[in-house]
Design a protein around this ligand. Structure first.
Ligand SMILES: [Zn+2]
Length: 239
């Protein structure tokens, strides 16, 4: 592995708690401050994909993300799946959310909820100033082949968030196998103790403080491996 040149993108999807199961806001109220403080403490900048709904409920949260130097990206408005939208609805989720978020920061990156974006909607992103789409998961083997739209680069997520909450003994060998660019993603609600919530096991195990410690250790593991931490807006696809 060319460790010295490994690019790592730390990303977070800023949204209600564990959709489509909870829809509460503990992650924003309790988890986000911890996540932002962790990034500050580790001196890393990340990309935060925010839903329009979240930005309307918690404008101070978006302002805080931008003020700390992180990138603000678009995560749709309602956190409904784009697979259920017609073109008009898809366009309005993108345009409406970008309009809200651009009051705080430039927005050029997008991630669809549930990492589900029908390829036919890519031109809608390009038309509204999105340059990089992170709606695919490299671990989602059943996804259709990635296509491209003029002006929109694709930067796929490397692993599901739950991998980052596995014990280090399992997690670190997994991280060592990832090829760059490495795109990690978490959610603010993972840093709230949801271990007793009525949500699937992979969503709730080791949430709360353990998740925060695990993420800190992951950041340090990549730093020790010589990685450079980038924001999605800084991504340039290979020529
Ligand atoms: Zn999401």
């Amino acid at each position: 592995m060319a460790a010295a040149r490994l690019e790592v993108y730390l990303t977070a999807d800023v949204e209600p708690d564990c959709p489509p199961y909870l829809w509460t806001w503990r992650g924003i109220e309790e988890g986000m401050p911890k996540l932002l403080d962790l990034f500050d403490a580790e001196s890393v900048l990340g990309t935060f994909f925010v839903t329009g709904d979240t930005a309307e409920h918690y404008p101070g949260c978006v302002a805080d993300i931008a003020a700390r130097g992180h990138e603000v990206g678009c995560h749709g408005f309602s956190h409904q799946s784009f697979a259920t939208f017609d073109e008009a609805r898809a366009r309005s989720e993108i345009v409406r959310t970008n309009e809200i978020l651009r009051a705080f920061a430039p927005v050029t990156s997008f991630r669809a909820p549930y990492l589900t974006l029908p390829e036919k909607f890519l031109p809608l992103l390009a038309a509204d100033g999105i340059r990089t789409d992170s709606s695919r998961g490299r671990y989602k083997w059943k996804q259709a082949a990635s296509t491209s739209a003029p002006g929109v680069a694709r930067l796929a997520a490397s692993i599901p968030p739950s991998v980052l909450r596995l014990p280090a003994l399992v997690r670190n060998p997994w991280l060592a196998m990832l090829r760059g660019p490495v795109v990690l993603f978490v959610h603010p609600w993972e840093f709230v103790d949801l271990t007793r919530a009525a949500i699937p096991l992979d969503c709730r195990f080791r949430t709360g403080e353990p998740a925060l410690h695990d993420l800190r250790d992951t950041i340090r593991w990549f730093r020790d491996a010589g990685a450079s931490f980038r924001r999605v807006a800084d991504y340039r696809p290979p020529a």
